[in-house]
Write a protein of this length. Structure first.
Length: 392
């Protein structure tokens, strides 16, 4: 009898298979995102961004760095279920971002266009989308200074940094590598690789944690300082920054097949995987070094970006043990994000999929709220997991 009870209890404790987790997450994302798209229909130019303290939807225009994520999520969800209504929404919300192809005032054009039109082009081959992406890549290149060997991130912090480069900027390189492969113009590859090389040299500490901002002298290319803007302190590990680095160098290896990027991504992965401050459920605190841990918010957006990157890195690394750890951490994160603690009930959370992300803690902006990019990378991670591990 005792044995039967023990077996029953073990069965009851057993976790659902990942196929159930993935299906549940994608289905919830579909419900929430369709309703979000419907609610903003006819509201010209608006894109979902976050929620305010009262739980009301906060939108942005296309100029805000997050504008491409909602259309990107719609493309992934269209890919998932093939629903024509989702296709229409993905097209409509991508069109709201199109004018950013002429953006030269910041580095975010990669985020804006590659998540939206990049996924749209991948799925439809629409030549008009190709043109948008190529114009966007051209705009991004205008921010590259050969003396420095990096793309300048911001123009609007001129009082602090003459030539700031943030770790997030690694993500924008994917657009350039796409442009290189599409046009065969080496210029795009050279800029992306130079940027990644300099980032490896200057943005990381010996333990492979990264600074948020590195300031450069635009004439000499020398580093002027290493600091933070969104993290706890200059020497801390801002969680999303670590995620951008992991994702960025994994992507660089996927696109360029240069082993130096794989080795670097593996080191960043080890730093994150072995970090004692990350809770067992895989969702990091907003900054790994906030001294108030555990009484500070977690950041679901950092977790979602890490999950997506870990899934990809696990398929690229030749180190079997690391591959297993990457997969296991991704699964842990996806299980947690798909639990009631993070996954919103339909019709709640201002229409977003995930709860509990942190935008900009030092400014007290978007703290413990839904964020549209948390949803995007969560959906991407689920889609990657499904494609790699669940489909024949
Ligand atoms: N790229 C800005 C952020 O990660 O908050």
């Amino acid at each position: 009898m005792a044995i039967v009870a023990a077996v029953l209890s073990a069965c009851c404790r057993s976790e659902p298979p990942m196929s159930e987790i993935v299906a549940k997450g994608l289905e919830r994302a579909r419900i929430q995102s369709e309703a979000m798209a419907e609610s903003l229909e006819g509201k010209k130019g608006l894109l979902p961004r976050s929620a305010d303290a009262d739980g009301h939807l906060v939108t942005s225009g296309s100029e805000w760095w997050t504008s491409g994520f909602f259309p990107g999520s719609l493309w992934y969800l269209y890919e998932y279920c093939g629903d024509e209504r989702l296709l229409g929404y993905a097209q409509e919300y991508s069109a709201r971002v199109e004018k950013e192809k002429y953006t030269t005032g910041n580095h975010d054009v990669g985020f804006m266009l590659y998540c939206s039109f990049g996924n749209g082009y991948r799925l439809t081959g629409n030549p008009a989308y190709r043109d948008v992406l190529l114009q966007g890549a051209e705009s991004l290149c205008t921010r590259y200074n050969g003396n420095v060997g990096l793309i300048k991130s911001w123009d609007d912090h001129a009082d602090e940094w003459e030539y700031p480069v943030i770790i997030d900027n690694m993500m924008n390189l994917e657009l350039l590598l796409w442009a290189w492969k599409t046009t065969k113009d080496e210029k795009y590859r050279r800029i992306a690789v130079n940027h990644a090389d300099k980032t490896m040299q200057n943005h990381f500490r010996p333990d492979y944690s990264s600074y948020h901002v590195v300031g450069y002298n635009p004439e000499t290319g020398e580093v002027t300082d290493r600091a933070t803007n969104q993290g706890y302190s200059d020497e801390s590990s801002w969680a999303r920054g670590q995620a951008w680095g992991l994702y960025g160098f994994t992507m660089m290896y996927r696109e360029c097949e240069d082993l130096k990027f794989l080795v670097f991504a593996e080191q960043i992965a080890k730093y994150i995987l072995e970090h004692p401050g990350i809770p067992e459920d895989g969702i990091p605190y907003w900054d790994f070094n906030d001294p108030e841990i555990p009484d500070v918010p977690r950041d679901a957006s950092a977790a979602a970006i890490m999950a997506s990157a870990f899934i990809e890195l696990g398929t690229l690394t030749k180190n079997e043990s690391l591959a297993e750890k990457c997969r296991s951490r991704a699964e842990t994160i996806l299980r947690t994000l798909t639990s009631e603690k993070y996954l919103a009930e339909p019709g709640t959370n201002a229409g977003f999929v995930l709860m509990h992300s942190v935008g900009n803690m030092p400014l007290g902006l978007e703290v413990d709220v839904p964020l549209v990019y948390a949803d995007y990378y969560y959906i991407e991670a689920l889609m990657r997991y499904r494609q790699i591990f669940l489909m024949d």
